[in-house]
Design a protein around this ligand. Structure first.
Ligand SMILES: [Mn+2]
Length: 363
């Protein structure tokens, strides 16, 4: 009993076939989540650029275990590992929200981590950019696990270059704007990546749209710079007043006002720290986890996604893995939405083929 990938039993509720060796009936993919190699969802671990190019996956997970650029509590370097293991699932999964079995429609792999070393911002960002470039060259959509938010600068830079000459819009969920010029003089801080991306031309300011901002930062000068760039942002208070779905619909329209493709950046601190405490700069009064997961489905379902990151998970401050689990589910919701779109486009192609066959038969 094997499925289309030649795998054995597909999940925890499939029995081993009669007569199978009970010690080998379940392959690693289908064994419990806590057994075996801790790649994301136990997906194939393909770190080599040439091997990735041969595999041509649809989506590749990338770890960016880097937190040299934080301004307050460190720990996000442990984020990728925590996110990868924050799931009780192994084997086939079925999205109840979207009614799709993602791995039936998409080839998803884990491309491993960018080869980061500590204490060198430039090197860290360079190897992250290179790793994301390896993924885009394979044809896959990169989903990057941070890491502090500075990693969005190299990651979205690589994605912007990959989609050129098409332009990239960015939808950015965060408590903070991350658009300062420097943090204590450092241009590569986790408070500055959005400014670097606009200055470098990777994205136009008017297509950089932020959702969930709140609290007491940044100051008027940075907000004025953001306005000058044409950046658009939606405060948490707007979500409270209008509801997340309407606000996010506007954010999508604004990000796609010109560009054709979207990079989605999710700072886990957009969620209220009561639900996601494991982060470096918690800001009370944020989104509900369920609102963010719905928002990820909404964005990915309605745009052409070119890349994504989920950042600022700091496991040392987490409790019972709730923050890492929320980040993990952001990734799964995106993968599931991509799979549902793939299935819909496949159904369209079959319908069109049917129409062609009918008309030629009729003619
Ligand atoms: Mn951020």
């Amino acid at each position: 009993m094997t499925d289309e990938r030649g795998r054995g039993p597909r999940g925890i509720n499939d029995e081993a076939p009669p007569g199978a060796d009970p010690y080998t009936a379940y392959d690693d993919f289908n064994l419990p989540a806590y057994v075996g190699v801790p790649s994301f969802q136990k997906l194939p671990w393909i770190t080599d650029a040439d091997a990735l190019a041969r595999e041509r996956p649809d989506v590749a997970i990338v770890g960016a275990p880097f937190d040299d650029a934080v301004s307050h509590r460190p720990g996000a370097r442990f984020g990728p590992r925590a996110i990868r293991q924050a799931s009780y699932h192994a084997g086939a999964i079925n999205s109840l929200q979207l009614g799709v079995e993602p791995y039936d429609w998409l080839n998803v792999v884990d491309a491993g981590d960018a080869p980061v070393t500590p204490m060198d911002l430039e090197r860290g960002h360079a190897v992250i950019e290179r790793k994301v470039r390896d993924v885009t060259r394979s044809g896959a959509i990169p989903i990057v696990l941070g890491g502090d938010h500075s990693i969005t600068y190299p990651s979205a830079t690589a994605v912007s270059a990959a989609v050129a000459p098409r332009r990239l819009g960015i939808v950015h969920f965060d408590a903070h704007a991350d658009a300062a010029n420097s943090t204590w003089g450092n241009l590569r801080s986790h408070g500055t990546p959005m400014r670097r991306l606009i200055e470098s031309g990777a994205v136009d300011g008017r297509n950089f749209v932020q959702v969930g901002l709140r609290g007491y930062w940044p100051g008027p000068d940075t907000l004025e710079w953001m306005r000058e760039q044409g950046m658009r942002w939606h405060l948490m208070t707007e979500i409270e007043e209008r509801g997340a779905e309407a606000v996010i619909a506007d954010a999508i329209t604004q990000a796609l006002d010109g560009p054709e493709v979207i990079y989605l950046s999710v700072d886990i601190d957009v969620i209220d720290p009561g639900m996601a405490p494991g982060t470096g700069t918690p800001e009370p009064g944020g989104m509900l986890t369920r609102e963010l997961l719905r928002a990820v489905r909404q964005v990915v379902s309605s745009v052409e996604l070119a890349g994504m990151d989920v950042v600022e998970v700091a496991p040392p401050f987490d409790h019972a893995e709730v923050t890492a689990a929320a980040a993990h589910r952001c990734v799964l919701e995106a993968i599931s939405a991509l799979a549902a779109k793939r299935r819909a486009s496949g159904a369209r192609q079959i319908a069109e083929l049917g129409a062609v066959t009918e008309s030629s038969a009729g003619g």
